[in-house]
Structure formats: structure tokens, C-alpha cells
Design a protein around this ligand. Structure first.
Ligand code: TXD
Length: 312
């Protein structure tokens, strides 16, 4: 990635999350934005609207909408939100077949036009989609990552902050594992300004909050009825993108490729990882309790079952 020119950011999918990402990227002047979608006119319309916001936002970056992959040529980063979201009553896994075929076409476009890009996959079912994207692009595992843990941790932090009556900014609450009902909120690493969360909340309440974290996506879907969460996924993907673009060496929970860490091999799953200018620079190996280890491996079994259903 060149240090002299403005960065180029490709957003594949211009729907609820992609459109929000485009607005955030322009507002925060991350770089020049290319907003891609298969729907004629929609990415172009959203890009035009956001370009009219730029002067008021005091932003100098550019944004275009397109239906052609050629416009993502040489992007530094690609964030993939292409795919269908859940409807009430659907599980993330119900999206597998449809979204796998979408991700296949997306990955082929990225491979052709942005071979050096850092790729953040958001589409669900997340752990399977990031696996598919890496397989089809053939990119290094360090350059393809999934966004889920930042969002799930943010939800955990928000619920705990509400319960305790403190700012969520002062809470660290990692969530590991697959982005599904068996995700693993890490109670042993959950702190309020370094103090164990158990000093602030009863075990029963923490248990109830962890259950709500697992169901938080479905809670939003059931309220919205016509789509899934998009503001919180967008800012979560943005945090990962900034860590790469600005070489921030952030430690973030993300769906990263394991080759033995946590006793897991050849799997994408949510773990704490360092994201910097070289992509996924290191997997952080936390000491887990026995219960957490079992939960992580159970979650990994669920991811493997899903990945096994991916089209070859
Ligand atoms: O934490 C997480 N990772 C999840 C991810 C959090 C929330 C939502 N999660 C998933 O992200 C959700 O289940 C979906 O699979 C994706 C995108 O959710 P979004 O809410 O943005 O869905 P939209 O608004 O339907 O947008 C999807 C866009 C839409 O404009 C389609 O026209 C486009 O994807 N689309 C495509 N773009 C490119 N290429 C192809 N083939 C394509 N097919 C559809």
C-alpha cells in the first residue's frame, strides 16, 4: 500500500451496511470511495447523495457508485457486505447457499481487480462467507478477515454498560467463536477499567446479558422486520478498516484464520488479533478457562459444519 497517495476504498454491496460504510468513509476521510452493487443506479444514487454531503462534512475525498468491478481497480481495502440479510424467523445459516454464490462472484471480482487489497467480509453466515472469500480469491489468510467479533463485543459492552451504569467506553468485553448462537462472550477477560466485571454484576445477570448478546442480531431483525442491524456492523467494520489503513496495530476480536492457535487449525473463527498495515499481523492467545475452551471448540464445530456445506 503506497503511503503517498490517498487510499482507495472499495465497498462491495451498497445496501444498508454498505451505504452506511460509504457515508462513514467519506465523513472520516478514509480515502476515495468506490461503492459497488449489482442493482443499476442504486450505488450511483447513494454515492451522488453522499458527494453532496461532503462539502458540509468538510470532506475532500471522492466517492463514485458503480455496477462494474473495473472501478475497484487497485483498491487498498475492500469491505464486502454483498448478500441477503435475514428476515424474521431466519437464522444466519439460512443465508448460506444464496450468499455463498454471491460471495463467489464478489471474490472473483476482487481477485481480478484488487489483488493487493485487505478484504473485510461482513456478509452472513460470516464465518463461512469469509472462508469462501479467501478460498476463491486465493489471497493470504492474513489479508482476508471477517467482521463479527467487534460487533458482538460492542453489543456485550452496551448491555453491560446499561446494567452497571457506566460508559461502554470503559468496558472491555471480548466475544470469540463463530458469529452465531454459540458465540463465546469471554467473562474471564471482561473488565470495567481493568476491574473484573464480577465486581459490578452478579453471575446470574452476566449470564442473562451473555444470552442477550447471542440473540442481539435476531432481536434487531424481529423489531425491524425488513432487514438486520446495519449501523453497528458498519462502524465495527470501519474500526477494522482504520486499523489496517493507518497501521494502528489494534487488538480486535475478528474472524481470523487459525493454524493451531487455541488448538484449532484451518478454520476462520472469532479470536483476538492484531490488525495493522500488514493485515492480520498476529493472533493473540488468551488464557481461557476450561469452560471457555470447551465453548470455543463447540463453536468451531458449528463453523466447520457450515463450511462443509459451502459449494466446492
Ligand atoms: O456482524 C455481521 N457480520 C453481520 C453481517 C451483521 C449484520 C448484517 N450481516 C450481513 O451483512 C447480512 O446478513 C447480509 O448478509 C450482509 C449485508 O447486510 P445489509 O443489511 O447491508 O443487506 P442489504 O441492505 O440487503 O444489502 C446487501 C446488498 C444489496 O444492495 C444487494 O443488491 C447487494 O448486496 N448484492 C450484491 N452486491 C454485489 N454483488 C452481488 N452479486 C450482489 N447480490 C446482492
Amino acid at each position: 500500500m503506497s503511503g503517498s497517495r490517498r487510499k482507495k476504498i472499495a465497498l462491495i454491496g451498497a445496501g444498508n451496511i454498505g451505504g452506511t460504510l460509504a457515508f462513514l468513509a467519506v465523513a472520516r476521510q478514509l480515502g476515495d470511495v468506490v461503492l459497488f452493487d449489482v442493482v443499476e443506479g442504486m450505488p450511483q444514487g447513494k454515492a451522488l447523495d453522499i458527494s453532496h454531503a461532503a462539502p458540509v462534512l468538510k470532506s475532500s475525498v471522492s466517492i463514485i457508485g458503480t455496477n462494474s468491478y473495473s472501478n475497484i481497480q487497485d483498491s487498498d481495502i475492500v469491505i464486502v457486505t454483498a448478500g441477503l440479510p435475514r428476515k424474521p424467523g431466519m437464522s444466519r445459516n439460512d443465508l448460506l447457499e444464496t450468499n455463498a454464490n454471491i460471495i463467489k462472484s464478489v471474490a472473483e471480482g476482487i481477485k481480478t481487480y484488487a489483488p493487493k487489497a485487505f478484504v473485510i467480509v461482513v456478509s452472513n453466515p460470516l464465518d463461512a462467507m469469509v472462508t469462501m472469500c479467501q478460498r476463491v480469491t486465493g489471497f493470504s489468510h492474513k489479508m482476508v478477515v471477517g467482521m463479527a467479533g467487534v460487533l458482538d463485543s460492542a453489543r456485550y459492552r452496551a448491555f453491560l454498560a446499561e446494567e452497571i451504569g457506566v460508559s461502554p467506553v470503559d468496558i472491555i468485553a471480548p466475544v470469540l467463536g463463530g458469529h452465531g448462537d454459540d458465540m463465546v462472550p469471554l467473562r474471564s477477560a471482561t473488565v470495567v477499567q481493568g476491574f473484573p466485571v464480577s465486581k459490578f454484576v452478579s453471575d446470574e445477570k452476566i449470564e442473562a446479558i451473555q444470552k442477550r448478546v447471542r440473540g442481539a442480531g435476531g432481536e434487531v431483525v424481529s423489531l425491524l422486520k425488513t432487514g438486520s442491524a446495519f449501523y453497528s456492523p458498519a462502524v465495527s467494520a470501519m474500526e477494522m478498516a482504520e486499523a489496517y489503513l493507518f497501521d494502528q496495530k489494534r487488538v480486535l476480536p475478528c474472524a481470523a484464520y487459525l493454524s493451531g492457535e487455541y488448538g484449532l487449525k484451518d478454520i476462520y473463527i472469532g479470536v483476538p488479533a492484531i490488525i495493522g498495515g500488514k493485515g492480520i499481523e498476529k493472533i493473540i492467545q488468551l488464557e481461557l478457562t476450561e469452560e471457555e475452551k470447551i465453548a470455543l471448540h463447540k463453536s468451531a464445530d458449528g463453523v466447520r459444519e457450515l463450511v462443509a456445506l459451502l459449494p466446492k
